[in-house]
Write a protein that binds this ligand. Structure first.
Ligand code: GAR
Length: 218
């Protein structure tokens, strides 16, 4: 008997490299989520062509074609319901969502952000990390709440910041971590092992590793 895989939708706005890492992870026989649709709010998002070429059902819902955020979200919700998705994974989806929409997908919608939240919410995270002078940067997967880049944290990955780093070199290091972190976090969510309890996530799996990241190395 084939194992049950939780139907999952991915929302993108651009390149889609995180979407690709989720799709690739989902192909492993034991992976507990299946990508049933990739939806983009931008018709020209490079990721949508890739998803289509992989034989995944794709939908374009151009936000510019809707007079209001609510009208756009009604269409999005319809596409998600039609896909039978039980989890929604935002992967570089650059639209703010109304509290209503977020509420409909409460604790079933997750996002990846390229910083160690709650530091550096919003855009230009790597520029700001370098300006601030932090020695450790990283990325976060969290459940979505109405306020941008907030919500119960599921998983984080830390990477060192080097003295000669540019936003590009730091961003590439963080992105490589994102590509490992997001499939691992979606796996926990799909298995029901990342549960929101009092606006914090409890992890029901033995995934602790007590080794520390030192930056600079000691
Ligand atoms: C990723 O770095 C993702 O963390 C970030 O956009 C990039 C999308 O790249 N998301 C945000 O900043 C959300 N606040 P991708 O399209 O190649 O996955």
């Amino acid at each position: 008997m084939s194992q049950h895989k939780t139907p999952t939708a991915i929302l993108i706005s651009g390149r889609g490299s995180n979407m690709m890492s989720l799709v690739e992870a989902s192909r492993a026989p034991g992976y507990p989520a299946e990508i049933v649709t990739v939806i983009s709010n931008r018709p020209d998002a490079p990721g949508i062509a890739w998803a289509k070429a992989q034989g995944i059902a794709t939908v374009i819902i151009d936000h510019k074609a809707y007079a209001t955020r609510e009208a756009f979200e009604a269409e999005l919700d319809e596409a998600l319901v039609a896909s039978k998705a039980e989890i929604v994974a935002l992967a570089g989806f650059m639209r703010l969502m109304t509290p209503d929409f977020v509420g409909r997908w409460q604790s079933r919608m997750i996002n990846i952000h390229p910083s160690l939240l709650p530091s550096f919410k919003g855009l230009h995270t790597h520029e700001r990390a370098l300006e601030t002078g932090v020695r450790i940067a990283g990325c976060t997967v969290h459940y979505v709440r109405p306020e941008m880049d907030t919500g119960p944290i599921i998983a984080q990955a830390a990477v060192p910041v080097f003295s000669g780093d540019s936003p590009g070199s730091l961003g590439a290091r963080v992105l490589a971590a994102e590509h490992r972190l997001y499939p691992a976090a979606l796996r926990l969510v799909a298995l029901g092992r990342a549960r929101v309890e009092g606006e914090k996530v409890s992890i029901f799996e033995d995934v602790n590793d007590s080794s520390s990241l030192f930056s600079p190395k000691v």
